[in-house]
Design a protein around this ligand. Sequence first.
Ligand SMILES: Nc1ncnc2c1ncn2[C@@H]1O[C@H](COP(=O)(O)OP(=O)(O)OP(=O)(O)O)[C@@H](O)[C@H]1O
Length: 280
Amino acid sequence: MGAVSTVIDIDPDLVLDLRDVSLRRDGTNLVGPLTWQVELDERWVVLGPNGAGKTSLLKIAAALEYPSTGTAVILGEQLGRTEVTELRSRLGLSSVAVAGRIPGDEVVQDLVVSAGYAVLGRWREQYDRQDFDRAADTLESIGAEHLAERTWGTLSEGERKRVLIARALMTDPELLLLDEPGAGLDLGGREDLVARLGDMAMDPDAPATVLVTHHVEEIPPGFTHAMLLSEGEVTAMGLIDDVITSENLSRAFSQSIVVDEIDGRYFARRSRRAGRHRRA
Ligand SMILES: Nc1ncnc2c1ncn2[C@@H]1O[C@H](COP(=O)(O)OP(=O)(O)OP(=O)(O)O)[C@@H](O)[C@H]1O
């Protein structure tokens, strides 16, 4: 457990308030130190190359890791000074780490309904009709209602991603954390997911959202803010149009990248003119 220290002022408008936060392992900073604040109505994308520290940052935001330095306030609760189990129940997390622990014979509707109890496997708890109705609603909201009776082991990659998002939404979270929800999807699956996440982004009742990705094409329309990470450090952060630019992406990915914006979506490619981009 990291050095969690001073009591700080809590701002009720912030779902995430990270100050000088870092995660260190074996004497190396995996991410940070960085300062990052997310407001209630914001939808953030965290983008960066492999190994940039995106998942490490998300682990702190999901209250799965304590920061090694700095202070982390999540939904008004300061890590190290709060009961994390209760805090985690207020967060919705969809990640490969969750997927890896799901047994192949788990039935989808049971997997979703059990999210309220933060367990995998319906048999451990009792649920009522309302729980299953809510599970059906969350599956429907992400276009996966037809999968309710299927077992996890029989689902395609794209179907699994949707079911995991439905599970993350089941508890009506105040903060939704999506770690690479588009990874492994084919073009149709990605476009469908992006459209559905775009609809959620536009919904004022939807929770504050942080989406981690490698690809600008996976940023849903309606996302408001972005952070670029490279080698554990923030290279750009702020309003999405100011951050997702050719210059900033070139710096973050150490290549000459050209990015276009079309109808609220971003598309990136390597510039034909230049070779490797020189970092400042
Ligand atoms: N427990 C650990 N101990 C040591 N190093 C680690 C540990 N976990 C992650 N790392 C390293 O920290 C760096 C950041 O990892 P992280 O998974 O946060 O990056 P990422 O941006 O999510 O990467 P990717 O896009 O490849 O998933 C990587 O170099 C990784 O090898």
